[in-house]
Design a protein around this ligand. Sequence first.
Ligand code: FES
Ligand code: FES
Length: 167
Amino acid sequence: MTVPSATIQFEVNGEDKTVCVPPMKRLLDVLREDLQLTGTKEGCGEGECGSCSVRMNGELVNSCLVPVMQAEAATIETVEGLAHEGVLHPLQQAFLQFGGAQCGICTPGMLMAAKHLLAHNPQPSMAEIREGLAGNLCRCTGFIRIFESVVSAADAGSANPQETHAR
Ligand code: FES
Ligand code: FES
């Protein structure tokens, strides 16, 4: 049986998008398959690992749990929106510098969770970073390098808030 499609409009990384897809299709799959935004990764597919984290209307969500119909008229930010005109976001630069990424599966979700954290708390303590990233699992790094990357990006942000927190 063919599942009927619906036309759904939303904004991704500042661009208007229109998709015609089954309304219960996961936002994760729409991003990856229909919009070719494959930066967002699938880990568990069950809302447990955070690999698929994106920001939707300013909230951090697991895109594997969001039916695309819930994204109608939403503003969505994915990892592809972090770099600007070929220049890495300070968080990406910090992950690169401090070894915050190894296999990379968790990294886009970590970056979006870290961006979300710094948007609300530009100078988080280590405990606040641990708590802010608690929904994101990493099987490779042991987390310390990720936390150090976020500290470094936060420090860079305190020196240049426009760079780290406005993007
Ligand atoms: S893939 Fe979505 S939370 Fe794990
Ligand atoms: S870098 Fe491999 S899961 Fe985090």
